[in-house]
Design a protein around this ligand. Structure first.
Ligand code: ME8
Length: 504
């Protein structure tokens, strides 16, 4: 079966921060896990390069928007290998093919009768690139997200007749209660729809940095409409000479942050309905990474507030796997959560170096010392096997429900179980008694096989370290169906460098 997962495309008006990395890591965990299940996976990420946020940043820096995006987009492109992210394509919305395809779909929406000409008068936040209703603007006319003064706009626009889709959207939410996940975000989107939809601007006539409206070149498309289409347009040109649309559309998961829920849970399905295209299966909404200030108050990590952790610095010091693990472990997926450099270092030591790293190095060292580097072909302990063997199905079910941190916890319970097993069985005591050689065989086989199974299950979160561990165990296959303990699968093992060494 095909499985298509996307991240939001990131504005390139500044360097990427951990919040961007977070979303990309989440999508990569899903993509890698689905590949382990043998699915035909396509994973898309990229950059959002048009619109006011980018135009304003360029103006501030005294460069053209094109110069700004060409300078900044590579930082996002470079982040992917640094995070060891396995995206199948990286879209830039200044790609000519994206622009042409977006124009085609938006023209189709017009041809289907959902676009009209009008005048927009109201509030606008240039940072959100979003029009605000009077209720959102509040009495002091500020952006509720950026806390900056909203501008009053009056301009000729083409409008998308969003309000006409109100009943269809309600029907969608009735029929597919998991269209938006988790549930509390679904409720939020639904009440936004129920509160009454207004038509929205589809084009801007006061901006020039955007994709031209083909039927009226004095306008460019409002950036959100063109940007949302990236999920669809990318498939048409990601592989030169092939169109992947029929193979992968509709997407299974669009992974986004809670601040852009309205666009994905309301505008996007309405646009697709207007274009008569199939809707994605799920919009999966994550929370914000927060940082505490010196008084202990939590704030969203954001480039405008300047309270950001730099994923490049963090991966330099601790490696990509550690950062991937930390992000997925520290914050319950779907909720906000605080992160910090100190919290990262603490988890690195207690969970990665101690729980997993020591388990791996001890197990390999004992097989080398007591059995000359060959895992005995003994049957694994049945009680232990029952617990470890449950991991693959449990993790798969949790991932299907988009509970990425719950899935990691399910895997981690098995890491802790194996550590307890070492203490309970005390192989170093068994090794002193020749009469207990068969027991020692069983314990070493159980530990080695258990470690192999856990490495396979944990692979999507920590591809590099689990890959190293599996190579040392002489069993590199990461297919999830092999994540069951069996006798005699392992043989000779080899040296393993410390998986999580003390940072430099
Ligand atoms: O919104 N914690 O781009 P963007 C978690 N271009 N996630 C965070 C975060 C944080 N502190 N800060 C940002 C845009 N994000 C549009 C999207 S999609 C067609 C267009 C997430 O660069 C944010 O929630 O402002 C969003 O999902 C993504 O990073 C890109 O944010």
């Amino acid at each position: 079966m095909s499985f298509y997962v996307t991240t939001a495309i990131h504005y390139v008006n500044a360097a990427p921060h951990l919040g961007h990395a977070y979303e990309t890591i989440a999508a990569d965990v899903m993509a890698r896990h689905m590949r382990q299940r043998g699915e035909d996976v396509f994973f898309l990420t990229g950059t959002d390069e048009h619109g006011e946020p980018v135009a304003l940043a360029a103006e501030k820096e005294g460069v053209t928007p094109q110069q700004l995006v060409d300078r900044n987009a590579p930082r996002f492109v470079d982040l992917m290998p640094r995070l060891n992210v396995s995206n199948d394509f990286f879209i830039r919305t200044t790609d000519r093919q994206h622009e042409a395809k977006a124009q085609e779909v938006l023209s189709l929406i017009r041809a289907n009768g959902h676009v009209y000409e009008g005048v927009y008068e109201g509030w606008y936040c240039p940072r959100c690139a979003d029009f605000k209703t009077d209720a959102e603007a509040g009495e002091d006319s500020t952006c509720p997200i950026h806390r900056i003064a909203l501008t009053r706009e009056k301009e000729d626009n083409y409008f998308f007749a969003l309000s006409a889709f109100q009943d269809d959207l309600i029907r969608l939410y009735d029929e597919r209660p998991d269209f938006v996940m988790p549930r509390h975000r679904c409720n939020e989107a639904r009440s936004f729809i129920e509160s009454g939809l207004q038509d929205v601007s589809l084009s801007r006539s006061t901006l020039t940095w955007g994709v031209p409206v083909p039927w009226d070149e004095s306008h460019v498309f409002y950036v959100w409409f063109e940007a949302l289409l990236n999920y669809y347009t990318a498939l048409s040109y990601a592989r030169p000479g092939a169109d992947l649309t029929a193979r992968f559309w509709p997407a299974q998961f669009h992974i986004i942050g809670k601040d852009i829920l309205k666009f994905h849970a309301v505008f996007w399905p309405a646009m697709l309905m207007a274009a008569e295209l199939p809707l994605p299966e799920h919009v999966l909404v994550h929370g914000f990474l927060l940082m505490r200030d010196s008084s202990g108050k939590e704030h969203k990590m954001s480039k405008s507030l300047g309270n950001v952790l730099d994923p490049f610095v963090m991966t330099d010091e601790f490696g990509a796997d550690a950062l991937r693990f930390y992000c997925m472990r520290e914050v319950s997926f779907g909720h906000d959560g605080s992160v910090s450099a100190a919290g990262f270092a603490a988890r690195y030591e207690t969970e990665l170096a101690n729980d997993l790293g020591n388990l791996a190095s001890r197990t390999i060292a004992m097989v080398q010392r007591y059995r000359d580097g060959t895992v005995p072909a003994a049957d694994p302990d049945p009680d232990l096997a029952a617990e470890i063997d449950g991991a693959a199905d449990e993790v798969a079910q949790l991932i299907d429900r988009a509970d990425l941190s719950g899935a990691l916890e399910a895997a981690w319970q098995r890491v802790r179980r194996l550590n307890r097993y070492v203490e309970e069985q005390a192989p170093w005591t068994l090794a002193k008694d020749d009469a207990r050689a068969a027991d020692l065989d069983r314990v070493l086989a159980s530990l080695s096989e258990g470690l192999r199974v856990i490495a396979v299950v944990l692979h999507p979160w920590m591809p590099r370290s689990t890959g190293k561990l599996l190579a040392a165990l002489g069993a590199e296959d990461v297919a999830l169906e092999g994540a069951r303990m069996r006798a005699g699968r392992l043989g000779a093992i080899s040296e393993l460098d410390q998986l999580f060494p003390k940072p430099q």
